[in-house]
Write a protein that binds this ligand. Structure first.
Ligand code: ATP
Ligand code: FE2
Length: 328
């Protein structure tokens, strides 16, 4: 069985082709970059629509198959940005009905975990999923992926990106902040906010920008911003590890590229006798294969979606989703 998975929750329009044993035959994508400022939902959706055909052609070419070889369609049903989600869903519905194959709506956060379990061989990890649009600590418990902690305001990637934009660090924010942070020498105290198991980054971002305007050294600020934000992420992940007693920790999402965050999490995992996993970056960032693979898992375990079930959900929760492939 070959599944074509379409990812389109935010900046990236991706198409993955995956077989039923988990072999990734293609991972094609294009990413919308706003001319200035943050993501503009309608522009991003138009970008996806304009690039869908080219991404599809590239995926089929790389996989060396024809569109008629596809037996299953999957798409990112949520959570995400409304117009982007609808564009990806529309493409998936059109292809599914034209090919007359089943269609599966896949939760984006669950898909990030499943592609990591597939490629890294992690069986039952506590996952820290950190990107421009999401910040969640996820672990499987009692039949579902539960959110053990999450941001109460902005995601950590967004914190880094907005800080970068406000202080004049060029796009892409995250990697450039990381580069400058390596040259930072002095820790500047910044607000560290963990509330119960949840996180908050907006006060941290605002204060870092304020300190920059007050003349603080930019490299020291980048260093301090990373240390503060990442320590909070590691604290919440560590508590989830201690609570669940799981022996695996996985890091994913675009911010997983950050070497300092990897180092801190790896250290924490080691202290708990847990293995540490990071999927290859092309499968940490938003990608089509994760949607295709999760579609295959769902389909093989009896999930069937009617067209009515393919209405997108901007605020779909990770723990709303039944996970029959892990529940037995
Ligand atoms: P999602 O839909 O999952 O929220 P996204 O649209 O944010 O995804 P991703 O590619 O998963 O896209 O993640 C991009 C984010 O990762 C950006 O916020 C970017 O700044 C951040 N990022 C990328 N590289 C690094 C890095 N080296 N250090 C820190 N952050 C990084
Ligand atoms: Fe994502």
């Amino acid at each position: 069985m070959l599944c074509l998975g379409i990812e389109g929750t935010a900046h990236t329009f991706g198409i993955g082709i995956v077989d039923s044993r988990g072999k990734v035959l293609a991972n094609a994508s294009r990413t919308y970059v706003p001319a200035k400022g943050g993501i503009h939902p309608r522009d991003a959706a138009q970008f996806h629509a304009a690039n869908a055909r080219a991404v599809l052609d590239e995926a089929l070419k790389v996989a060396k198959i024809g569109i008629e070889d596809i037996n299953l369609m999957a798409f990112s049903g949520g959570p995400g940005i409304g117009p982007c989600l609808r564009t990806a869903a529309t493409a998936a519905r059109a292809l599914a009905s034209w090919l007359n194959v089943p269609i599966i709506s896949v939760n984006h956060c669950v898909a990030h975990v499943e592609i990591g379990r597939l490629t890294e061989g992690a069986r039952d990890p506590v996952t820290l999923y950190v990107s421009g649009g999401n910040t969640q600590v996820i672990a499987f418990d009692a039949g579902r992926y539960r959110v053990f902690g999450e941001t109460l305001d902005i995601p950590v990637g967004n914190c880094l990106d907005v800080f970068a934009r406000e202080v004049g660090i060029p796009h892409p924010g995250g990697p450039n902040v990381e580069r400058l942070a390596r040259e930072g020498k002095r820790y500047i105290p910044l607000p560290y906010v963990v509330k119960g198991m949840d996180l908050s980054f907006s006060g941290l971002m605002t204060e870092a920008v304020r300190k920059h305007r007050a003349g603080a050294n930019l490299r020291d600020l980048c260093y301090s911003l990373q240390e503060t934000a990442f320590a909070a992420l590691v604290e919440v992940t560590e508590r989830a590890v201690a609570h669940t007693e799981k022996k695996e920790v996985m890091l994913t999402g675009g911010v997983a590229a950050n070497k300092r965050l990897r180092e801190m999490l790896r250290f924490m995992a080691k202290e708990h006798g847990a293995k540490f996993y990071v999927p290859p970056m092309e499968l940490c960032a938003d990608n089509g294969p994760m949607i295709g693979w999760t579609g295959i898992l769902a389909y093989k375990h009896g999930v069937r979606h009617k067209l009515d079930d393919t209405v997108v959900k901007q605020r779909q929760r990770t723990d709303e989703i039944d996970i029959p492939w892990r529940s037995g």
